[in-house]
Design a protein around this ligand. Structure first.
Ligand SMILES: *Cc1c(COP(=O)(O)O)cnc(C)c1O
Length: 378
């Protein structure tokens, strides 16, 4: 029985894939803490490959298709992918509002004249396609973190293929259970496994999954040379997290949808950015290409001070960076260095698996208090 069998739903594959087989085998691939292995086997040194990371790679490949290469963080995967696919002095087309680390990496490589970065508004398909002439790589992140701009993946892939441009999709927000970039023709999909896939805010991990073996091998070379390897303990926990991704995602996404609707009705909230809302400009596009609106909700208050008052008065929802854990977290991204392009009053909420009504009670009380505080202050 091949656990990667495509006749199973992805949620089943997330549970069934990469389990040791045979009589007496443990049900779970155990963590193997070893740097070196006795000579003559398939693996000799853990910077090249190690069994626990390989198990995670098998499971991720069973979901996304293609060849998975695990890294020590999402940025490890992103850095390796950008450099493996971009020739010296090549050109990358990527959203101006991509994830902070991706922007910092592209700007850094640009400053070194390693590559040129053409910044695009990826939701504008015509403008993005126009920028592809003579480019080497199209980088998509959909929806973007945290402005939630939705790219038209099939249209951009078709346009990139016509022009011989490689396509990478950062699918950290949708996860392999909600978006299928390789099936839609992308060359590589990257995930910050740290986030929803691992799901418990207790490790760093990343993965790049390549449609073809040649690209996968180039990624493995980068990983080996950069030493961006995934530790066995983190690989083991990430695989454990992946087993429950389906149920965590279903629950958190249903809550995110309900919270987005309620936030949109709250007088202190000026704008909600969530692809599940019909008011989102990318709503129809996202619904066509993805299988759910996701667990991330960005919303805007009048200004940074109002947003900070909300953060200070939340009890259950943790004021913390990062996202995708079972516990809900919230952050004012504009307060992070390098994020001053964001609206000052924007809060990015990562919805977890707590009871919806507890989350809403916490948010509603904090919004009401922030509102009252503003009236007192004025
Ligand atoms: C967090 C994140 C990353 C980076 O992943 P790390 O595991 O923190 O290195 C990349 N892309 C997106 C969309 C992210 O949210």
């Amino acid at each position: 029985m091949d656990p990667a069998t495509p006749r199973w739903h992805r949620v089943t594959r997330a549970i069934a894939a990469a389990r040791p087989e045979g009589p007496g085998a443990p049900l779970n691939a155990p963590p193997v803490p070893a740097s070196a292995f006795r000579a003559g086997g398939a693996v000799d040194y853990a910077r090249k490959a190690s069994p626990t990371a390989t198990a995670l790679e098998e499971a991720l490949a069973a979901l996304d298709g293609g060849q998975a290469v695990a890294f020590g963080s999402g940025m490890g995967a992103i850095s390796a992918t950008v450099r493996a696919l971009t020739p010296s002095a090549g050109r990358v087309v990527a959203p101006w509002d991509a994830y902070l680390g991706t922007r910092a990496l592209l700007a850094d490589l640009e400053a070194d004249e390693r590559l040129a970065w053409t910044r695009v508004e990826q939701a504008d398909t015509a403008a993005t396609l126009a920028a592809l002439e003579g480019a080497d790589v199209l980088w998509i992140e959909t929806p973007t973190n945290p402005l939630m701009a939705v790219a038209d993946v099939p249209a951009l892939v078709a346009g990139a293929q016509e022009r011989g441009v490689r396509v990478v999709v950062d699918a950290t927000f949708p996860t392999p259970l909600r978006l299928r970039p390789l099936e839609q023709g992308a060359d590589v999909v990257v995930h910050s496994v740290t986030k929803l896939i691992a799901g418990h805010s207790d490790l760093l991990a990343g993965a790049a999954i390549a449609a073809d073996e040649e690209v996968a091998e180039a990624l493995r070379v980068r990983r080996r040379l950069d030493g961006a390897v995934l530790e066995p303990q983190s690989a083991w926990l990430a695989l454990r997290g992946l087993r429950t991704l389906g149920v965590r995602l279903d629950r958190a996404e249903a809550s995110a949808m309900a919270l987005a609707e309620r936030l949109a009705d709250h007088p202190a909230v000026q704008r909600v950015r969530y692809p599940g809302l019909a008011s989102h400009p990318g709503h129809d596009r996202h619904a066509r290409q993805a299988e759910g609106p996701g667990t991330m909700v960005s919303f805007e208050l009048a200004d940074g001070a109002a947003a900070d008052r909300v953060l200070a008065s939340l009890g259950l929802i943790a004021h913390a960076t990062s996202l995708g854990g079972v516990e809900s977290t919230i952050e004012r991204r504009g307060a992070q260095p390098g994020e001053d392009h964001l609206p000052a009053g924007l809060l990015r909420l990562s919805v977890g698996c707590e009871a919806l009504e507890d989350l809403w009670a916490d948010l509603a009380a904090a919004l009401d208090r922030a509102d009252a505080g503003a009236r007192e202050g004025s």
